[in-house]
Design a protein. Structure first.
Ligand SMILES: Cc1cc2nc3c(=O)[nH]c(=O)nc-3n(C[C@H](O)[C@H](O)[C@H](O)COP(=O)(O)OP(=O)(O)OC[C@H]3O[C@@H](n4cnc5c(N)ncnc54)[C@H](O)[C@@H]3O)c2cc1C
Length: 379
């Protein structure tokens, strides 16, 4: 059965996120991009409205929203600002390993407190010397009595150092490959853990990115998710899911690029008429709509598969790679349609291009998505 109509609840959720993006996010987006700071008031308001960490299941005190609903929210928030959306999205990225690999007791213990106040989570997989080859991790976890002792560093961690809960992926044996990996929940900033903020990013500057350093950080043994050796598997299963909200965000950016282009092209005149009257400009915008519709369909399909509990890894890779490349091209076209004015910060389109570039890199580069897709063809 195929049904593209949204339920009344979904329409309300979409409208809530749309209004929040327009009223709260858009007016401050460029200012926080310039400041390179997380607008904490947005995190607080998102918490009040139920838009923060909405994937936390009901048994842990959360709303338990599904992936499809998350994508409806994500498209709207990214329309407002991809950087601010990344703050919220990366929090769900940090929560997802606990949903994938944690017991119900662990989900309640780690996630219930996050529903009571505005809080963020973080996902710490990438390291200074290995990103795509995540199984080659160098960060070590050694069991001493009833504690894990973590040493090493994690690079490019969204919400790193600001999170109440950080899932750290580490190895118990550097020669053991992914079979020696563990996923450990670190609460707050225990002794020996520090964060170095990464500044001067190209885009998404309202999201906080940090290097996390672990020097003999001690964590209770009970904080390990799943069995010993499950760490890499939990990380991959997490990314199979969380690439879908990246796709949804990309669709949101592309929609913003198109709407800004339609508005501007009707106002801007050249040769005595609006530039929208030129077929060259009209065709660009027509193709932008074609890309948005295609990207949204792929996103919705992947989200639906996640919610049905059906295999979704390939479809989430397809949606993530396609939508982020489509949105990059569309942000680029939006600048072209704006002419010289598109190249400066007075109009929002140059920020769209700076922001969307990251969607092709994080949660697995688009080359890695192609590796996943090709592997499914050849197995
Ligand atoms: C702002 C920002 C936020 C981030 N947030 C997080 C986060 O919250 N948590 C986290 O863990 N990580 C995070 N990342 C890290 C991100 O996921 C990695 O940057 C990404 O996975 C790529 O790893 P790398 O940078 O080490 O590139 P590399 O792995 O060094 O890759 C370099 C190039 O080689 C290509 N390449 C590598 N292997 C292959 C292959 N087998 N086939 C074809 N091409 C290949 C890559 O696609 C890329 O083009 C973030 C990154 C940034 C920039």
């Amino acid at each position: 059965m195929i049904d593209f109509s949204l339920t009344d609840e979904q329409k309300q959720l979409q409208q809530l996120a749309r209004d929040f993006a327009r009223r709260e996010i858009m007016p401050i987006a460029s200012e926080y991009d310039r400041l390179e700071e997380v607008p904490w008031q947005i995190v607080e308001k998102a918490h009040e409205l139920g838009l923060l960490n909405a994937c936390i299941p009901e048994h842990a005190g959360g709303l338990g929203l599904g992936m499809f609903d998350e994508c409806l929210i994500g498209e709207e928030l990214a329309y407002g600002c991809m950087g601010i959306y990344t703050v919220l999205m990366a929090s769900e990225l940090g929560i997802t390993p606990i949903l994938v690999g944690g017991s119900e007791e662990q989900q309640r213990r780690f996630l219930a407190p996050m529903t009571l106040k505005p809080s963020l989570a973080a996902f710490a997989l990438s390291e200074p010397n290995n990103g795509s080859d995540a199984a080659a991790m160098h960060t070590t976890a050694v069991l001493e009595g009833d504690e894990w002792v973590i040493n090493g560093s994690k690079m490019w961690i969204s919400n790193g150092g600001k999170a109440e809960v950080t899932v750290v992926f580490a190895t118990t044996d550097r020669q053991g490959g992914h079979k020696a990996s563990v996923a450990i929940v670190v609460e707050g900033m225990p002794a020996g853990m520090s964060a170095n903020k990464i500044k001067h990013k190209m885009g998404q500057r309202a999201s906080h990115t940090a290097e996390l350093v672990f020097e003999n950080v001690r964590v209770p043994a009970a904080n390990v998710l799943g069995d010993l050796g499950d760490g890499f598997k939990i990380a991959m299963k997490t990314l199979d899911k969380t690439r879908v909200p990246v796709a949804a965000g990309s669709v949101g950016i592309a929609r913003r690029a198109l709407e800004e282009s339609v508005k501007y092209s009707k106002e801007r005149e050249a040769f005595g008429k609006p530039v929208a009257s030129f077929q060259a400009i009209q065709f660009k915008m027509a193709e932008m709509l074609m890309g948005i519709e295609t990207g949204r369909l792929m996103t919705w399909k992947a989200a639906w598969l996640v919610d049905q509990g059906l295999p979704h890894g390939v479809e989430s890779s397809i949606a993530k790679a396609y939508a982020s490349e489509m949105a990059f091209d569309e942000a680029n076209e939006a600048i072209q349609i704006h002419g010289g004015y598109g190249y400066v910060g007075e109009y929002p389109v140059e920020k769209l291009l700076r922001d969307v570039k990251l969607n092709q890199i994080y949660e697995g580069t688009n080359e890695i998505q192609r590796v996943v897709i090709a592997r499914s063809l050849l197995k």
